[in-house]
Design a protein around this ligand. Structure first.
Ligand code: COA
Length: 325
């Protein structure tokens, strides 16, 4: 099996910013409530007509440039998203055309907030066994398109964005271990009830606002802390490492209180935890992707460092990964 690592990263956040003050004018909420309960101050929103593939193309272009590759060098495109341009075709297929990655294999992965870790892990397998050479993996969401802007329980939480990584064979370092999993008995606590084959779109489903994300946040909180802690522990055990070896943890950015509770349980100091939730909110599969890109750009990740990705979301899925930089 070949060693596989990340050789390029890119990010795109839409220009429009929605602040907590803006939300105070839309629903019965306050900057104080949002900040203390979630850690979020503002989030980016895609412009009308700006689709997931548009965000993905900007992040993907940056990642290719960072890797020093051309679009035709990419032979595998995997996009993690729950907010594709349309139900079919995949965002990956649309992205292939937009970026000119001719003939590359293309598919999307639906693993919500753990989607980027799932997608990186999938690309890793394909490259390690020699089926493909260079993969572009993108975590992208336009969550504003499935957010109920009348529901204060959810609308203060989400944002739009894209992060991308190019994976290829590396001589040293690379992906050391992965731990993916799911508890499918808890699909009811976080979902979009209508718009799929189980409940196709009708006037009634639209009137009942069933095409928006529904979340039992309180119920999820404790599960998120416990699951992310367990996932991180297992990924490190599989890597033969301990938390003292970790230089930086890149967690899914659902809530800063969840993240800091996980770090505390794991005994990881706060200065080893990367956060972009204050500026970006929860961007589902784009959260870990953009956070990794920003951390690398800011010099928080150096050659030889041990980086731990740790994500959790609707499914309920989890994915943790240890990467040697
Ligand atoms: N502004 C003001 N008040 C709000 C509010 C808002 N935006 N949203 C909810 N509230 C109110 C509730 O109505 C409730 O009022 P009540 O006590 O009068 O009924 C009160 O605040 C407390 O609500 P609760 O849901 O218990 O708050 P919380 O402390 O659990 O925080 C979340 C809510 C969503 C921020 C938090 O539960 C969370 O982050 N959950 C996990 C999210 C997650 O992990 N998702 C999975 C990965 S995406």
């Amino acid at each position: 099996m070949k060693k596989v690592g990340i050789i390029g990263l890119g990010e795109y956040l839409p220009a429009k910013i929605l602040t907590n003050a803006d939300l105070e004018r839309m629903v019965d909420t306050s900057d104080e409530w949002i900040t203390t309960r979630t850690g979020i101050k503002e989030r980016h929103l895609a412009a009308r007509g700006e689709a997931a593939s548009d965000l993905a193309a900007k992040a993907g272009g940056q990642a290719l440039k960072d890797a020093g590759l051309k679009p035709e060098d990419i032979d595998l495109v995997i996009v993690a998203t729950i907010t594709g341009d349309m139900p079919t075709p995949s965002v990956a297929a649309i992205l292939q055309d937009k970026m000119g990655m001719k003939d590359a294999a293309c598919f999307d992965i639906s693993a919500a907030c753990a989607g980027f870790v799932y997608a990186i892990s999938t690309a890793h397998q394909f490259i390690a066994c020699g089926s493909y050479k260079n993969a572009l993996v993108v975590g992208v969401e336009v969550l504003s398109s499935v957010t109920d802007w009348q529901d204060r329980n959810t609308c203060v939480l989400f944002g739009d964005g894209a992060g991308a990584a190019v994976l290829s064979e590396v001589k040293s370092g690379g992906i050391v271990s992965t731990y993916l999993g799911c508890d499918g008995s808890r699909t009811g606590v976080l979902n979009i009830p209508a718009g799929g084959s189980g409940n196709p779109a009708t006037h009634e489903t639209v009137d009942k606002r069933m095409h928006y994300l529904k979340m039992q946040g309180n119920e999820l909180f404790k599960i998120a802390v416990n699951t992310m802690t367990r996932a991180a522990e297992e990924a490190l055990r599989r890597a033969g490492l301990t938390f003292s070896n970790v230089n930086l943890i890149i967690p899914h950015q659902a809530n800063s209180r969840i993240i800091l509770a996980v770090a505390k349980k794991l005994g990881i100091p706060e200065d080893k935890v990367y956060l972009n939730i204050e500026r970006c909110g929860n961007m589902s599969s784009a959260s870990t992707a953009t956070a990794l890109c920003e951390a690398a750009r800011e010099g928080r990740v150096k050659k030889g460092d041990i980086v731990l990705l740790d994500a959790f979301g609707a499914g309920l899925v989890w994915g943790a990964m240890v990467i040697k930089w």
